[in-house]
Design a protein around this ligand. Structure first.
Ligand SMILES: C[S@@+](CC[C@H](N)C(=O)[O-])C[C@H]1O[C@@H](n2cnc3c(N)ncnc32)[C@H](O)[C@@H]1O
Length: 237
């Protein structure tokens, strides 16, 4: 390599070095042995869990869910209003999408995104009721929510983020889809609480959620601890 090019390169490395470690943690995925519920791929120190298969969909619609997770409280925390466009990322069978629909009527929309077509088919079936026409099922890619840029007031992931195989790409696609004033809400089972009866890789600590979201450009706004099992963490775009 010519000396001038070598000098230029070492200068560039020296300038970038102080920023190197911070950038790399957010940029990199690492692969290692997979644990029981994990895929072996790690992001910012956390092993990503396997996706909950559509075969387990009954659990999402279980009768005791309202009491266990207090989805009525969750809905209050979201502060939805008529006309809002809400993106339910990883909507599953639409348990939450159906409940949010009532609050954005009239004029609003619930964009129900999932990567499993089987889940979306169940969601469609369960949403065939008057008033639920504003739920729009939408097939996402594992690394892209595939929503139009700048259109979403509120994106929410309930029990989803920990199982995204491409978290940083999905977060980038959510940021693109949000309006400038848009919010992103994470609802994740609390890793800090051993009494929450959920497998470890399907839980997340508040610190880990903040670390990953902030490393991908989101600005923390609030954490609420009103739910019995889950964190409710809000970020601005
Ligand atoms: C545990 S379920 C939760 C479903 C729903 N949010 C609920 O609380 O009832 C997780 C869902 O996330 C979906 N999912 C996983 N990776 C996804 C991705 N990259 N984009 C969209 N959905 C995804 C899965 O297919 C599954 O339906």
């Amino acid at each position: 390599m010519p000396t001038s090019r070598r000098l230029w390169l070492s200068a560039a490395v020296a300038i970038l070095a102080p920023f190197g470690s911070g950038l790399r943690a957010a940029e990199l995925y690492e692969n290692g042995p997979a644990s029981l519920d994990g895929i072996g791929k790690r992001y910012m120190g956390r092993e990503i869990s396997g996706v909950m298969g559509w075969q387990g969909a009954g659990w999402l619609e279980r009768e005791e869910r309202e009491r266990e997770e207090r989805t009525d409280v969750l809905l209050r925390l979201l502060q939805l209003s008529p006309g809002m466009v809400v993106a339910d990322i990883g909507a599953g069978t639409g348990y939450l999408a159906r409940r949010m629909a009532a609050q954005v009527r009239p004029g609003g929309q619930v964009l129900a995104v999932d990567v499993q077509p089987q889940m979306l088919r169940m969601l469609e079936k369960l949403s065939r009721e008057p008033g639920l026409e504003l739920i729009k099922p939408s097939l996402g890619a594992p690394d892209d929510v595939r929503l139009a840029a700048g259109t979403v007031d509120l994106a929410i992931m309930v029990d989803v983020y920990h199982e995204l195989a491409f978290p940083k790409e999905v977060l980038a696609s959510i940021r693109r889809a949000l309006k400038p004033t848009g919010r992103l809400v994470f609802v994740e089972y609390r890793a800090e609480d051993p009494k929450v009866p959920i497998k470890p890789l399907h839980k997340m600590s508040e610190a880990q959620v903040r670390r990953e979201a902030e490393a991908n450009g989101f600005a923390w706004q609030a954490t609420r601890n009103d739910l019995p099992w889950q964190h409710f963490i809000v970020f601005g775009r």
